[in-house]
Design a binder for this molecule. Structure first.
Ligand code: KG4
Ligand code: ZN
Length: 336
């Protein structure tokens, strides 16, 4: 089956063509730059950029896949969670194509899409496994009992991990988008030079909290002169990053042990972080567990992961109808 995947939930306009659930023929991603001066995503600008760019991006995805629209046999589109206006652009487009070409369409949960980014690349990954989903909007610890069957073990009680990276980057003056900047700057920093608090919460908790850490960095930086802040920047980034990674790794590994699974996966934009990939991989192998992480371009938002999740649901005979609508706050187990 040739499936066209579409993702417009936040600030990436993305389209891709997937053949038979695993063979990716194209994966085109446009990261919107209009938000740069604002240091964060401006929802209305995001919707307008999707409107302007979605058709050319789909055309490019079809051209790169050497697949004319007439050959496409189904559509998968993100229906939530995300920005309502941004989601509506992708959904409206996908529904229009589905109606005009009489094709099946499936609404895909963006969070499930992130989990499926690992399936795309690692056909050997089989449930059960524990997946840490860490993005700009979400931080979830999920027990994947089966494809399509998820138990939410924990989530953030305040900021998402990526949001913490972005906010701390902003207050350190490290630039935007913040996660990658902190990752880069931390390469030359000493993570033990400046230590920040780790929020493990209750002993048995799988939940996360990052807002206290953000405040701790803000209070530390307040006491520094401009020059000190500049000189210490790599150490501040490394110290902050280590505090986030320590907690993410400890809880993920404990969740895998307590759930009796032998594989750990990580997904979402923060899964690009080199320190997180390295530490999680080390801790998994120390325990004889397998570790799965997508290549960086499949960690951040993309349409390939949406097509992969959609292909799974379509193969089970599931379909959305034309009442498919944007669901900005839908949880992982929420359906279209
Ligand atoms: O999955 P994603 O593209 O969008 C959401 O669904 O939210 O994730 C974007 C997030 C941003 O917060 C960004 O700062 C973070 O992923 N990110 C990183 C890195 N690259 C992107 N965080 C830490 N280290 C990185 N290398
Ligand atoms: Zn995402």
């Amino acid at each position: 089956m040739l499936l066209l995947g579409i993702e417009t939930s936040c600030d990436e306009t993305a389209a891709g063509v997937l053949k038979d659930r695993r063979t990716l023929l194209s994966n085109v991603i446009l990261s919107q730059v209009v938000h740069q001066p604002y240091g964060g995503v401006v929802p209305e600008l995001a919707s307008r950029e999707h409107m302007r760019n979605l058709v050319p991006i789909v055309d490019q995805a079809l051209a790169e896949a050497k697949t004319p629209l007439e050959k496409i046999e189904g559509l998968a589109v993100t229906f939530g969670p995300g920005l309502v206006g941004a989601l509506l652009v992708g959904i409206s487009f996908a529904k229009a194509v589905a109606v005009s070409r009489r094709l099946p369409i499936i609404g895909v949960n963006h969070l499930e899409g992130h989990i499926f980014s690992n399936a795309l690349e690692h056909p050997e990954l089989e449930p059960p496994f524990v997946c840490l989903v860490v993005s700009g909007g979400h931080t979830l610890l999920v027990l994947v009992k089966n494809w399509g069957v998820y138990r939410l073990l924990g989530q953030t009680r305040d900021d998402a991990a990526g949001e913490a990276f972005d906010k701390v980057a902003k207050l350190l003056g490290a630039g935007y988008p913040g996660g990658q900047k902190i990752d880069d700057l931390a390469q030359t920093g000493n993570p033990a030079r400046i230590t920040f608090p780790r929020a493990y919460l209750e002993k048995e908790a799988y939940d996360f909290s990052f807002s206290g850490l953000k405040t701790a960095v803000a209070l530390y930086v307040q006491k520094l002169s401009e020059r000190e802040r500049e000189n210490l920047l790599p150490h501040l980034c490394a110290g902050f990053q280590e505090a986030v990674v320590d907690v993410l790794v400890a809880k993920t590994v404990r969740a895998a042990e307590e759930s009796n699974v032998s594989a750990i996966a990580v997904a979402g934009g923060v899964a690009r972080n080199r320190r997180l990939r390295q530490r999680l991989g080390d801790e998994a192998s120390r325990r004889g567990m397998k570790f799965f992480v997508p290549v960086p371009q499949f960690c951040t938002d993309n349409a390939a992961m949406i097509a992969a999740a959609g292909a799974f649901h379509l193969s089970r005979g599931e379909r959305s109808d034309l009442s498919l609508n944007a669901a900005p706050y839908v949880p992982l187990n929420g359906v279209a």
